[in-house]
Design a protein around this ligand. Structure first.
Ligand SMILES: Cc1cc2nc3c(=O)[nH]c(=O)nc-3n(C[C@H](O)[C@H](O)[C@H](O)COP(=O)(O)OP(=O)(O)OC[C@H]3O[C@@H](n4cnc5c(N)ncnc54)[C@H](O)[C@@H]3O)c2cc1C
Length: 402
C-alpha cells in the first residue's frame, strides 16, 4: 500500500516567538483592563449600553490603532501584539474587546483593496479612535452563504446608488463609516457580481432600522441597517467592480484571528475567576480547590486555553507573512479557541456551583459572551468547511460536499 499523503500543513514552518515587548504590552493592557474595564463589565452587560467611556480609554492609550501604520497615526503592532491587546481586554470584558476588533475588521477591506486616497482619508480618524467603523456583509438571507447577498449598488453617472438591508452589523448604529458589500451585477451573482463600498453613515438614505436584544456581548450594538437609495461617489468603491466577494473573504480569513483572540481572553478570564473562587470556597471542611475533581477541571481549562492561545499566535505569524495557507490557520485557531471559550466558561460556572449561575459573579456573563465566538465571522461548521477543503486539496482529493 502506498504511504498516505500527509495531512500536515505544507506551509514553511513560520517561527513565532514572544518578545519582551509583547510581555510589556500584555502587562500594560492587563493592568488597564483589571483597574478600569473589569469593574464596568457587569454594568455594561446589565444596561446593554455601548461603553463610550471605555472606547475613549482605549483610544487614549493608543489601543485602537494597533493594526494601522504609523504614517496614519497607528502603532503598527505585529499580529501577536494585536492579539494580546484583544485577549487582555476580553479577559476583563468581551463587549469592550469588540472595540479594537471592529476597528480593524471595518478597516480591513480598505487595507486590502483601498486606494491610497481612501487610506489617507479614513485611517488617521480610525487609528486615533475619533471614528468608529463597521463591516456590513450579512443580510437576512445571506449568513453563512455570503454569495446570496441581495443588496444592490446601481451605477448612476459618477455615483453608485445603494439599496437594501444589512443584518447583524456590529457597531452599525455607532459607526461613522461602513465597508459595505452589494451587487453591482446581479446576473453574475454574489461571487462575481459583488463589489465593496465605503459609506459614511451621515449620507442621506442611510438609517438604523433596529438593534438586536442578545444573549451576550450585550453592550456591543448589533444593528439592522437600511440603505434607501444611498448615493456614494464611484471613488468610494473598493478595488474593481466584481472584486467584492474576494475582498470580503480575504477580510474574514484574517479578521477571524481577532475572534480567536477574544475567545482565548474569555477562556483565560473564566479560568482565573474559577481558580480564585475555588481557593476561597470551603465545603466539607476543605477548600474546594483541594478536591481532585476541581483540580482536574482547572487543569483542562488552563491547558486548553494555552493550546488555543499558541495556535492563535502561530496563525498570527502566518498572517504577518501573508502565507498562502493562512485561511487554514486562522480557521483552525478560531475553531479551537471558540470551542475552548465555551467549554472553559461552562466549567467555570460548574466550579462556582450555584453561585456561578447568578449575576453577582462574572462567570455566567462570560459563558453567555463565549457563545458568540462559535457563531460570528463564520460559524464553527463553516470553519470546519474551510479547514476540510484545504485538507482535501492538499491530499489531492476532490471535494464533492457543499
Ligand atoms: C452578535 C452578532 C454580531 C455579528 N456581527 C456581524 C458584523 O459585524 N458584520 C457582518 O457582516 N455580520 C455579522 N454577524 C453575522 C454572522 O457572521 C452570521 O450570523 C454568521 O455568519 C451565521 O450566519 P446566519 O446567522 O445566517 O446562520 P446560517 O448561515 O443560517 O446558519 C444556520 C446553521 O446552519 C449551519 N450551516 C450553514 N451552512 C452550512 C454548511 N454549508 N454546512 C454545514 N452547516 C452549515 C451553520 O453553521 C448554523 O449552525 C453577526 C452576528 C451576530 C449574531
Amino acid at each position: 500500500m502506498a504511504s498516505p499523503t500527509s495531512t500536515q500543513s505544507q506551509s514553511s514552518a513560520t517561527a513565532y516567538r514572544l518578545s519582551r515587548e509583547h510581555d510589556e504590552l500584555r502587562a500594560l493592557v492587563r493592568q488597564l483592563a483589571d483597574e478600569r474595564i473589569a469593574p464596568r463589565a457587569a454594568e455594561i452587560d446589565a444596561k446593554a449600553e455601548f461603553p463610550w467611556d471605555l472606547k475613549q480609554l482605549l483610544a487614549e492609550h493608543d489601543l485602537l490603532g494597533t493594526g494601522f501604520e504609523e504614517r496614519h497615526g497607528g502603532t503598527a503592532l505585529d499580529g501577536i501584539g494585536q492579539a494580546i491587546v484583544v485577549e487582555e481586554v476580553a479577559r476583563a470584558d468581551a463587549t469592550t474587546s469588540l472595540i479594537p476588533v471592529i476597528q480593524k475588521l471595518g478597516a480591513l477591506p480598505i487595507m486590502l483593496a483601498g486606494s491610497e486616497e481612501q487610506k489617507d482619508r479614513y485611517f488617521p480618524r480610525l487609528a486615533s479612535g475619533e471614528w468608529l467603523p463597521a463591516f456590513a456583509l450579512t443580510e437576512a438571507g445571506a449568513g453563512s452563504d455570503v454569495a446570496s447577498v441581495r443588496m444592490r449598488a446601481r451605477r448612476d453617472g459618477e455615483d453608485y446608488v445603494l439599496s437594501g438591508t444589512k443584518r447583524f452589523i456590529t457597531h452599525g448604529s455607532v459607526a461613522n463609516v461602513l465597508t459595505v458589500f452589494a451587487l453591482t451585477d446581479p446576473e453574475a451573482g454574489g461571487r462575481k457580481g459583488m463589489s465593496g463600498f465605503i459609506v459614511e453613515t451621515d449620507t442621506s438614505g442611510f438609517s438604523v432600522a433596529r438593534l438586536e436584544h442578545k444573549m451576550g456581548i450585550r453592550g456591543s450594538p448589533t444593528a439592522e441597517l437600511t440603505f434607501d437609495d444611498v448615493r456614494v461617489p464611484a471613488a468610494n468603491r473598493l478595488g474593481e467592480e466584481g472584486d467584492g466577494f474576494k475582498i470580503a473573504m480575504s477580510t474574514l480569513d484574517r479578521s477571524r484571528l481577532a475572534i480567536a483572540s477574544q475567545a482565548v481572553g474569555i477562556a483565560q478570564g473564566a479560568t482565573d475567576a474559577a481558580l480564585a473562587y475555588a481557593a476561597e470556597r470551603r465545603q466539607f471542611g476543605e477548600r474546594i480547590v483541594d478536591f481532585q475533581a476541581i483540580q482536574f477541571m482547572l487543569a483542562d481549562m488552563a491547558s486548553q486555553t494555552e493550546a488555543a492561545r499558541q495556535l492563535t499566535y502561530a496563525a498570527c505569524a502566518r498572517v504577518d507573512d501573508d502565507d498562502p495557507n493562512l485561511a487554514y490557520w486562522t480557521s483552525a485557531a478560531k475553531l479551537i479557541a471558540g470551542d475552548t471559550a465555551m467549554r472553559a466558561t461552562t466549567d467555570a460556572v460548574q466550579i462556582f456551583g450555584g453561585y456561578g449561575y447568578i449575576t453577582e459573579y462574572p462567570v455566567e456573563r462570560m459563558m453567555r459572551d463565549a457563545k458568540i465566538t462559535q457563531l460570528y465571522e463564520g460559524t464553527q461548521q463553516i470553519q470546519r468547511l474551510v479547514i476540510a477543503r484545504r485538507l482535501l486539496a492538499r491530499a489531492g482529493i476532490e471535494s464533492r460536499g457543499r
